[in-house]
Design a binder for this molecule. Sequence first.
Ligand SMILES: *Cc1c(COP(=O)(O)O)cnc(C)c1O
Length: 735
Amino acid sequence: MTLPIQQPAAETPLPLAGRRAHARAAWDQELRAPLGLEGAGAGIPEAWFLGPQAENLELLRELIGTAMDSHAEFRRAFHPEDPTHITPALRRSPEFQKGVDRLRTETATLLEKLQMSAPFASMRYQGHMLWDQAMPATVGLFAGLLYNQNNVAAEASPVTTRLEIEAGNDLCRMLGYAVPPDGQRPAPGQVVPWGHITSGGTVANIEALWAARNLKFAAVGLRAAIRAVPALAAARTLEVPLWGGDRGRLLELDTWTLLNLDIDVVAGLPAALAAFGITPDALTEAMVPYAVQNTGLMGFYRNFMTDVPEAPVFLAPATGHYSWPKAATLLGLGQNSLLVQRVDHDARLDLEQVETTLDILLRRRIPVLAVVAVIGSTEESAVDPLAGLLALRERFRARGINFAVHADAAWGGYFRTMLRDEHERDCRKQIPAAAMSPYVQAQYAALGQADSITVDPHKGGYIPYPAGALCYRNAAIRDAISLRAPVVFHSQAEPTVGVYGVEGSKPGAAAAAVWLAHRVIRPDRSGYGRILGQCMWTSKRMFARLCTLDDPRFAVTLFNRTPAERAHGRAEELAAERALIRRFVDLDNTALSGLLEEDAAARDLFGQLGSDQVILAFALNFRTAEGLNTDLAQVNLFNERVFSLCSMIEPRADFGGIDLMLTSSRFDPAVYGHRFVNAFCARMGVRPASDLGVDFLISTTMDPWTTETNSGDFLAVLEQALRRAAHQALDELGL
Ligand SMILES: *Cc1c(COP(=O)(O)O)cnc(C)c1O
């Protein structure tokens, strides 16, 4: 069958090419400056989300419709003279109609099934680290999806690769890395940061450890190569700085010293060799038998590490994410190379133990790849003492042991926006927001000194999956993992970002989503900082409610202690504090804001409530005739049952019957240690059992408006829902 050749209706002929040329020139201009994303935000969060009741549906429909029209225009403008195949005649054919019918019915089936999904955008959703997606992110993802660009290679993503570079820069700045000032190219040798988008925090963490591993051994491998390879002979006189302030000839340094050089020095070795006339390509070729990424750890140790035979390790806190053991396994280090460090009673990394561990490692000459600080733990929202860790590293460097510091801010990275200056803008009204504690602020202030940072736009950035990111303090670090010759000079508009990292093909649409979200919602106090500040406020109000919840059948123990609990206050002191906290619960936002403004003591108390961010961990215990139950196994059953009533692991037909959605986890003594677990048991009033973990519930507040609905404070409804679930669980368990 031959079909007549059809021209598509060309409604907007020439101007498009002109428009494109213009946009391209403007963008080139923009990219000449270090950042494409600059300046203040505008508007209020209510304009940035679809809303729990899809209030902004018409707006979203309009934007997505525009994206589709624009994409159709794009298709038609590329060789409009080309033929078509899907003609009106063909579209009228019964076969075509059958295909369309099938498409429609199966779509309807899918939509029907999707209706049983987890309702993240609801005010009742307090489970995982997400809520409604930011509308600009949805539109960006959707628009990007229509183009289906692949950021693995610039040729498959000429536009979205640029978007990824801009988004990477913006994330670096958000996290406190110094991007060169306006319009300036970095001076030769100047350390500049670099960030890129990954599928998530797991992949970013794996990449960070991969880079740390390769860098750790790079100087040792280079020493062997310079000794043996004639092409590198010119570098025999290469000198590197040492920790005492001296310099040493790389060829003559011992293995332990080379393992513990400054990270920037190691990352800068390719550039240093270039000064001896050794090109990156020549270096890559010469290193084939000598680089750990080529030989593998076993071969490397056998050939070059005979005087330092111990296998490398890295440290992460007990709150560390599951991605760390994964990374250790994948990199051939083995899970035992992860030395899990204790956390204190606030679930923050215990630096005393880190110090003890490092002492032992130094004495036994065990190479340390990295120490991980979690900036916002997944279950408790606890922020590790990063500033203290960096100071500790300073002291250990003087003793000759060095390691990378990686900040796992997958969850917490966006909270730094609460500390970034708001540009001039008009505030419609006073919005209730809470600040992070001075301790937490100090850790965020130190973030820019971490060697690498993981951050998940798909968590604190309200951006749809998949969007994680890894940012390096020093762009040269990433060359340690590229399997190609390093690019010595990094300009802003590099051709390809896809060669770095774990992934191959990856969605340009994710870059478009992050880019558009950051363009609209700036990562400072005018944008994300404002949303997250409101969430902090809401989380503190939630804490106040849970900690004063009075029920005849059960009691709540929050993981985070109140000031009086921390001070081991007497019963009267605890009761007095409780009365003060109850006051916060009963006031509405305006009245509470007023109270906190006038009353410094109330302000101080309110500021100290809750976790470091917006996750509250808590466990319920039930009352018996003799007082609180003391059996841990029973209390675990109770909390598990409450969790099953407040979650939906399977699609549930009684979807509407879930009034509150939480998540849950367990304090396992094998990970958290007995001291930690026993202390929590004591606070719950149960006897610890050496082989039993403690199950707890988690409430994550990412909805900024829960305390500000048109029918008042919705937290009251959530409290009632929790009570009902607890009572039902007790009834079902016969307790
Ligand atoms: C969520 C999280 C990760 C893993 O990120 P994914 O995007 O889920 O892969 C790593 N570390 C921390 C602290 C996290 O909260």
